[in-house]
Design a protein around this ligand. Structure first.
Ligand code: KG4
Ligand code: ZN
Length: 342
């Protein structure tokens, strides 16, 4: 089975062709055009601008993805597209393009929830060799720009929502802290880079809800602590790296501790992490260290960094495990899709 997938939820235009072999989703091509450089001028994503860039990129990116995969429309079995959540203008570009292709090529259309798709980056392989795949039941931690959620995944299309952030997402906390430190957009990777030369012990920041006894998160107080520290009269430019390291360490510790708690409570042996923040290599290292120390039976899955941030490959991968819609024309972009509706 071969699927073409399209992702346009924010400022990235992704198109990808994949084939299912030995239960592994194998990449035939994976194209991402990003308007991040344009957005960085404004310090964040300007929705109107992002959707205009989507319109420019969508056809060339799909065309190139098909070319690189050496696939013609007749060889495709289905088309997958991000239905939501995301920016409505950006989503509409992908959804309407996919609907049109589905009609003119007579191919089934599979609408995909972007959030659940992030997890499917863990099923993608560059070939069909028998590397281990995530096994159900498993705990999934989604850490993206707008979402921080924990789910218990019992099977494909069968999961229980365990908890999530009550205010800011972990990625948002990275981004807003980066802004307070005058770092360029995108904040997360830039803050993490600066943190490499910092000493986290120089600042005592909160680790919100770390011992709350439930699986919810809250990061807005941490952002406020960064604001207060950075505005203190003693704060100097040379302290920025230490503050960056401290906020990164707090976020990571909370994320890892809660995820391990979830794995323990639900007696699962596999944990998978997904979303843009999963590209953070200190998060991965802290997960590995904590698992070795506290839950050594646990197996950890984190996609390679380029499959953590938004891409068409994860949308396509998720589609192999979903049913096509019976009426492509009925699909509507939905900016508010969430993981809570299962
Ligand atoms: O999943 P994603 O690409 O887009 C959304 O669906 O939101 O996630 C973007 C988020 C941003 O907050 C970005 O700053 C963060 O992921 N991010 C990182 C890193 N790379 C991306 N945060 C920390 N460290 C990174 N290396
Ligand atoms: Zn995303």
């Amino acid at each position: 089975m071969i699927i073409l997938g399209v992702e346009t939820s924010c400022d990235e235009t992704g198109a990808c062709v994949e084939i299912l072999q030995n239960d592994r989703v194998v990449l035939l091509s994976n194209l991402v055009a990003s308007s991040q450089e344009i957005q960085s001028k404004w310090g964040g994503v300007v929705p109107e601008q992002a959707s205009r860039e989507q319109i420019k990129s969508i056809i060339p990116v799909i065309h190139e993805a098909m070319e690189q995969a050496k696939i013609t429309p007749s060889q495709i079995d289905a088309i997958a597209v991000t239905q939501g959540p995301g920016l409505i203008g950006s989503l509409l570009v992908g959804v309407e393009t996919a609907k049109t292709l589905s009609l003119i090529w007579h191919k089934p259309l599979i609408p995909i929830n972007h959030l659940i798709a992030h997890f499917y980056a863990n099923w993608i392989r560059s070939d069909d060799t028998l590397t281990e795949l995530p096994k159900f039941p498993l705990i999934g931690l989604l850490v993206s720009g707008g979402h921080t959620d924990l789910i218990l995944m019992k099977d494909h299309n069968n999961y229980e929502y365990l908890g999530g952030t009550r205010d800011d997402a972990a990625g948002e906390c990275f981004d807003k802290s980066a802004r307070l430190l005058n770092l360029p957009y995108p904040g997360g990777p830039n803050l993490s880079k600066l943190a490499e030369s910092g000493d986290p012990s120089k600042f005592t920041l909160p680790k919100p809800m770390i011992d709350s006894g439930n699986l919810d998160f809250s990061f807005s107080g941490l952002k406020t602590a960064v604001l207060l520290a950075s505005q203190s009269k003693d704060f100097k430019d040379r302290d920025k790296a230490d503050l960056a390291a401290a906020v990164e360490a707090s976020i990571i510790e909370v994320l890892v501790k809660k995820t391990l708690q979830a794995a323990k409570i639900h007696h699962v042996d596999h944990i998978m992490v997904a979303g843009g923040v999963a590209a953070n290599h200190k998060l991965k290292a802290f997960f590995e260290k904590s698992i070795a120390e506290f839950l050594p039976r646990e197996k950890l899955f984190i996609p390679p960094a380029n499959l953590c941030t938004d891409n068409g490959a994860m949308i396509t991968a998720a589609a192999f495990f979903q049913k096509p819609t019976s009426d492509p024309l009925s699909i509507q972009a939905d900016p508010n899709l969430s993981l809570k509706i299962s």
